[in-house]
Design a binder for this molecule. Structure first.
Ligand code: GLC
Ligand code: CA
Length: 577
């Protein structure tokens, strides 16, 4: 048994707030969020009680994948502002005693990056080796991509380039060519260009984009699941490749460790506990924490098959995943859990896991806050989650889903139907978008009752504003209401600090609930304080099944909690036992 408080690094007792720059705050009325907009809201972020800020990519980008296609690692996109603005944000966070974390997208670049522009020019260009080029394959005289791999969002993972008559690999959209990590010089260039440059500017760490993708498996065909066509689901081919661990160790050694910086590694392909510890255990020396996908895909049909195919989630599975993840922060490992319900790739959690109707939205949002902020490890709160933002209205047409992953998903479904591939019906595909599309998280942040939700002085914003801001879901309204989701986040974040021994560093124990509709667990500190958490995920009353004797109710997400330990619909409670 280890006391996890001893020598704990700063990030273990921190809560991180994630900003999606294009949708956070628009300072100049062009309908796009920007860096001065972020700067103007640092006091607000600080007022929540969080300790660190992570900003999604704001670098120069043609936005084929919303900034995750970078054409210059060392420059903010002009739409967002200048280098002076970036520096002001770094300083602004530090002045407020908050850490600042940037996004690191180095599995691929944009096809507009100077490296790729050079690389595609000729086979003997010095930058040729920066990307993964392969000759065509001919089947019955017809030109085909080198392997049958499908890209993550659909379509072939290989793109034919006329100039040199070869294919290049892209695990994501066509305009995101994958970098060739096998070459040592390429890796050094990435470290210097994308990592050391920013660490030198004083940031405190990185969120590391698709970090399980750097090493690819052998370039051989994926198993045939759709016999009607050449392209086959192939995610497994580009995650967790044979040299991944070696690359990650090298990167850690040559960059992050020199600055003692934190790393949140996006590890979509990493599922087992053993596997996770291999990446985030202190002794493994690879990353600080991992953003894992088990909970994020609890309401998706197998990721291998079709990325955005929705299915109702099962609370039992939700609990099992939580428990497994919590083990990482437990007394028997040297890992650390990272917990989140939302980010820019996930739909809104109230709409996914609770009830977003006007009657239950507030209590749902508060109870989810209680879930997130009573777990061990480091939580991430995504912009708008703290005011209980909900999904885009169901009445919105398909045209409002502008994310590449959304339209490529619909496209793939339509192609499959045409070819007679057994799969999803078109209505089912659209319902999937309504439930879990990434677009739901990307509409503008709701600041007030003003037009465009106070996000922009323009009526024309880059994504349509969710009309729910008029129904009280906005910062200004929630500031005034003591019982709002926003003020509950503040209260819970303070409570988490006060009870850090049990909530941050304590041991999680799942307690079998009497019904299948609640989640109940205890958090026990090293010195023996035990808190009991009971969360009702259903629309009916449920009993809190306190262990042994009666506990003292410390917090409820309901404004009128029942005295007899009956949970109201969607209510959450914390007791001291
Ligand atoms: C990560 C990002 C996502 C992006 C993808 C490709 O998953 O979070 O938004 O589309 O990487 O860079
Ligand atoms: Ca702007």
């Amino acid at each position: 048994m280890t006391d996890r408080r001893i020598d704990a690094k700063w990030w273990k007792s921190s809560t991180i707030y994630q900003i999606y720059p294009s949708s956070f705050m628009d300072s100049n009325g062009d309908g796009i969020g920007d860096l001065p907009g972020i700067l103007s809201k640092l006091d607000y972020i600080k007022s929540l009680g969080v300790d660190a800020v992570w900003i999604s990519p704001f670098y120069k980008s043609p936005n084929k994948d919303q900034g995750y296609d970078i054409s210059d690692y060392q420059m903010p996109d002009p739409a967002y502002g200048s280098m002076a603005d970036v520096e002001a944000i770094i300083k602004g966070c530090h002045d407020r005693d908050m850490k600042i974390i940037f996004d690191l997208v180095i599995n691929h670049t944009s096809d507009q990056h100077k490296w790729f522009q050079e690389s595609r020019k000729s086979k003997d260009n010095p930058y040729r080796k920066y990307y993964i080029w392969k000759p065509a394959r001919y089947i019955d005289g017809e030109r085909r991509p080198p392997t049958n791999w499908e890209a993550t969002f659909g379509g072939s993972a290989w793109e034919w380039d006329e100039t040199t008559e070869e294919y290049y690999l892209h695990a994501f959209v066509v305009e995101q060519p994958d970098l060739n990590w096998e070459d040592a010089e390429v890796r050094q260039a990435i470290y210097k260009e994308a990592i050391l440059f920013w660490l030198e500017k004083g940031i405190d760490g990185f969120r590391v984009d698709v970090s399980s993708h750097y090493s690819k498996h052998e370039y051989v065909d994926a198993p045939i699941i759709k016999p009607e066509q050449y392209i086959q689901p192939a995610r497994a081919k580009y995650v967790d490749g044979p040299r991944l661990r070696e690359y990650l160790e090298e990167m850690q050694r040559e960059t992050f460790s020199k600055y003692d910086s934190v790393t949140l590694a996006e590890m979509s392909g990493t599922r087992t506990l053993e596997n996770k510890l291999d990446f985030v255990g202190e002794s493994s020396k690879r990353f600080s924490m991992a953003i894992s996908f088990d909970l994020a895909t609890v309401d998706h049909y197998g990721r291998e098959a079709t990325y955005l195919w929705w299915k109702p989630y099962d609370l039992q599975e939700f609990k099992k995943i939580t428990e497994a993840e919590q083990f990482l922060s437990g007394p028997n490992t040297d890992g650390w859990a990272l917990t989140y319900l939302e980010n820019h790739d996930q739909a809104r959690s109230i709409s996914r896991f609770m009830n977003d109707s006007p009657e239950y939205r507030t209590i749902s949002g508060k109870t989810l806050a209680m879930y997130l902020l009573t777990l061990s490890g480091t939580p991430i709160i995504y912009q708008g989650e703290e005011i209980g933002m909900i999904n885009m209205p169901k009445s919105w047409p398909e045209a409002e889903y502008i994310d590449a992953a959304s339209w490529m998903f619909i496209q793939t479904v339509r192609d499959d139907i045409q070819k007679g591939v057994k799969g999803i019906a078109e209505e089912e595909a659209f319902e999937s978008l309504q439930r879990i599309a990434r677009d739901h998280a990307r509409v503008p942040m709701q600041w007030s009752n003003d037009h465009s939700a106070g996000f922009s002085s323009s009526a024309k914003t880059w994504m349509r504003v969710n009309p729910s801001y008029k129904a009280g879901i906005n910062v200004a309204e929630e500031e005034k209401d003591e019982c709002s989701v926003l003020n509950f986040y503040r209260r819970m974040l303070a409570f988490r600090k006060e009870h850090s021994d049990s909530l941050i560093f304590g041991e999680y124990q799942n307690l079998e609930a009497e019904t299948e509709k609640t989640m109940q667990f205890s958090k026990k500190s090293f010195d023996g304080e035990t808190l009991f958490v009971a969360l009702n995920f259903s629309g009916e009353q449920q009993k809190a099944s306190l262990p042994d004797s009666k506990g003292e109710l410390l917090i409820s997400s309901s404004t009128h909690p029942d005295q007899e330990d009956i949970l109201q619909p969607y209510e959450g409670r914390i007791y001291r036992v």
